[in-house]
Design a protein around this ligand. Structure first.
Ligand code: GRG
Length: 295
């Protein structure tokens, strides 16, 4: 199956599960409606689908990785809500719609993000309790997801990003920001998907390298879209990185060289799976699709 088809079919499965997870009727209504506005608001579902694809590629049972996939998407959604706040990137639009704080106010947006982050760990802990034979794996995955999201992962990257605005930034700092702000959660998604699916430690080490390069390529292409994409396709105001004097690959190297660097990262992601057979084509194609990313 092609990656595009796999992505759209599996994203629909994730969407249905997220819809069930945060019920429309839950009390108090405002926070749950706000959570749903962002959680069900048109995300591409790259991270959860990568987690499920990796589980599948190692011949695991995909439904065992669904809680992992949903937890990761809840964390990703919280990070976008908080990232859009006036105290962070102060963005008005995401996915072609007003950002959450523009609709529900800043207080509810902060709390909806907090609630999604908290829910993610409830979902992981529940999964550990549901399948006794996966208990240890879900515990290990929980630690990995927490670390990837925390001060030495996504938040670490975000803090360095915030602190670098308006300043000249060294290549190493830029790489740190991208690997942590964006890469860590993507890397955790594939690694944990493999873990739940029964991958060997050697396979997990290779998947980890794949995830690192995928994450870097994903953020470089994200930065390129901010400069050279279309508002209709990205659903975001373009040029915001430049306005905020953000540290990005196009700012440091120019768009053309940034494209080459993204292609190199894709190549390295694919190379990390050299020991794998055709069963890993899905992951190879997922990485290659980043070159043509338009949203
Ligand atoms: C704790 C106050 C507080 C804030 C946390 C950690 C954080 C703020 C923000 C995370 C940093 C961040 C938003 C990184 C950007 C990653 C990125 C490229 C997001 C876009 O991902 P897509 O394209 O989005 O997968 P969709 O819309 O498809 O879900």
């Amino acid at each position: 199956m092609s990656w595009d088809l796999y992505l759209s079919e599996t994203a629909a499965l994730v969407e249905a599960e997220l819809d069930r997870l945060v019920a429309e009727t839950a009390y108090p209504p405002v926070v749950h409606q706000a959570m749903r506005y962002s959680l069900l608001g048109g995300g591409k579902r790259i991270r959860p689908v990568l987690a499920l694809a990796t589980c599948e590629v190692v011949a695991g049972q995909v439904d065992h990785a669904v809680p992992l996939a949903c937890a990761i998407e809840c964390i990703h959604t919280y990070s976008l809500i908080h990232d859009d706040l006036p105290a962070m990137d102060n963005d008005d639009y995401r996915r072609g719609r007003l950002t959450l704080h523009k609709v529900y106010g800043e207080g509810v947006a902060v709390l909806a993000g907090d609630a999604l982050l908290t829910e993610a760990f409830a979902v992981l802990a529940e999964a550990a309790g549901r399948w006794p034979h996966l208990q240890e794996k879900y515990l290990e995955a929980t630690v990995r997801v927490a670390r990837a999201s925390g001060s030495q992962g996504m938040i670490g990257g975000q803090v360095v990003d915030l602190g670098s605005e308006g300043k000249p930034v060294a290549v190493e700092t830029l790489e740190y920001i991208h690997l942590h702000k964006t890469g860590a959660l993507i890397q955790a998604a594939v690694w944990c998907g493999g873990l739940i699916g029964g991958a060997s430690r050697a396979q997990l080490a290779e998947v980890d390298v794949y995830g690192r390069h995928f994450g870097l390529a994903f953020q470089i292409t994200d930065d390129i879209l901010d400069v050279a994409g279309s508002r209709a396709e990205t659903g975001k105001d373009l040029g915001s990185d430049k306005r905020k004097e953000k540290a990005t690959y196009p700012a440091l190297y120019g768009v053309e060289h940034a494209r080459e660097l993204a292609a190199q990262e894709v190549q390295q992601a694919v190379k990390a799976l050299d020991n794998w057979g055709p069963e890993a084509d899905l992951l190879r194609e997922a990485a290659r699709s980043l070159i043509y990313r338009r949203r």
